[in-house]
Design a protein around this ligand. Structure first.
Ligand code: PLP
Length: 391
């Protein structure tokens, strides 16, 4: 008795809260633009064909342990020296979230006085993850609401003004929630300035393939940092890119000076994981490993990633065209300029509320639209509703 009387309910997660409101709405017209999970043009969740085929292949097979190596190749390129030299300390992680959490814990152990710089804004769970690892956060300028694009000058100033040897988190492509990424040239400048300042780059790559439809292109930012000989941290998730949301397959890798350092770091991260959850479930790892190490399945996967990315891109075009056809006096170019799963619409919290109450359309309060929820069947209705609340 009395043990838990002082426990109050936790604050609602901003993303899960949207799904709850959506589920409670009986309207047949309702649309969920909250969660960042891919849906097909009929609004249905998708099991990729490469995953179905991998399922059939893995029946009865042994655990191969090539998942980490294959994941590192996706980050740095299949012919990269990093892989050949064994310079990357990689471990399996519980999807992208778990990879970030392991890194945050590792950071606290070996740099206990450090901070982490997040882009403003960033995926809301980043705040929770580093808070729970007791790493204080700071933010760097990223998004400019007026131009609905990158505030590059302010970003560079923040990098220059941060204390030397600071930890920075980047989204290498398809930034969540804004859909705004630096250009190749801008990444080169950022990487250069990181050399000058001795900062540590941590890339949270949750959407590889979703920005351009091309896995290598979406890792270009990291490859630029590699060329400039940075030591790099990377969290990878297969939730979006392979549609393995519930399987929780991911990878944390840290680039090291040599294979000896990689072995030490790997053993430390494994020890952290062991005390947190022992070892990850193997089924999803086997699926990923089978897809990545079988050339036919891998090329099927690459095609399927492109199909998903292209569908989202087409819906951006249609949504923008429909708004323009309705005679909206606002500029909607950012819908097609932004990349990846999300469109940072610029809708105000009041307009987001009106969309929910009057049109049964649900999204996070910051106006983030999950483009994966937009379909041929609902895009007209959505454009009309957005036009109504913004006129
Ligand atoms: N990082 C970013 C930027 C994300 O948007 C997400 C998912 O929404 C994740 C990490 C983690 O995804 P998961 O843990 O499902 O792989």
């Amino acid at each position: 008795v009395g043990w838990w009387d002082h426990v109050a309910p936790a604050a609602k997660d901003p993303i899960n809260g949207v799904t709850e409101a959506f589920l409670a709405d009986p309207s047949p017209f309702k649309i969920n633009l909250g969660v960042g999970a891919y849906r097909d043009d009929k609004g249905r969740p998708v099991v990729l064909q490469c995953v179905r085929e991998a399922e059939a292949k893995i029946a009865g097979s042994e655990f191969l342990t090539k998942m980490v190596e294959e994941s590192v190749k996706l980050v740095y390129g299949k012919d990269s020296d990093v892989v050949k030299e064994g310079r990357s300390a990689g471990v399996q992680a519980l999807s992208g979230t778990g990879a970030c959490r392991l890194f945050a814990e590792f950071q606290r152990r070996f740099h206990p006085e450090s901070h982490i710089y997040f882009p403003d804004p960033t995926w809301s769970n980043h705040h929770n993850i580093w808070r729970d690892a007791q790493i204080p956060e700071r933010t760097y300028h990223y998004y400019d609401p007026d131009s609905k694009s990158l505030d590059f000058a302010a970003l560079m100033d923040d990098i220059k003004n941060a204390p030397d040897s600071s930890f920075f988190l980047f989204h290498p492509s398809a930034h969540n929630p804004t859909g705004v990424d630096p250009t190749e040239e801008q990444w080169r400048e950022i990487s250069y300035q990181f050399k000058v300042k001795g900062h540590f780059p941590f890339f949270d790559m949750a959407y590889q393939g979703f920005a351009s439809g091309d896995l290598d292109k979406d890792a270009q930012a990291i490859r630029i940092f590699l060329e400039d000989e940075h030591l790099i941290g990377c969290a990878q998730s297969y939730a979006k890119s392979m549609g393995l949301y519930g399987h929780r397959v991911g990878c944390l890798s840290i680039l090291c000076v040599d294979s000896k350092q990689a072995a030490a770091i790997r053993s430390q991260i494994q020890q952290i994981a062991r005390a947190m959850y022992g070892s990850p479930p193997v089924h999803g790892i086997l699926l990923v490993e089978t897809i990545l190490s079988d050339p036919n399945l891998k090329s099927l996967w690459i095609d399927e990633v492109k199909i998903m990315a292209d569908r989202i891109q087409r819906k951006r075009t249609t949504l923008r065209q429909n708004l323009e056809k309705l005679g909206s006096s606002l500029n909607w170019e950012h819908i097609t300029n932004q990349l990846g799963m999300f469109c940072f619409s610029g809708l105000t919290p009041y307009q987001v509320d009106r969309l929910a109450k009057e049109f049964h359309i649900y999204m996070t309060q910051d106006g983030r639209i999950s483009m994966a929820g937009v379909t041929t069947g609902n895009v007209n209705y959505l454009a009309n509703a957005i036009h109504e609340v913004t006129r």
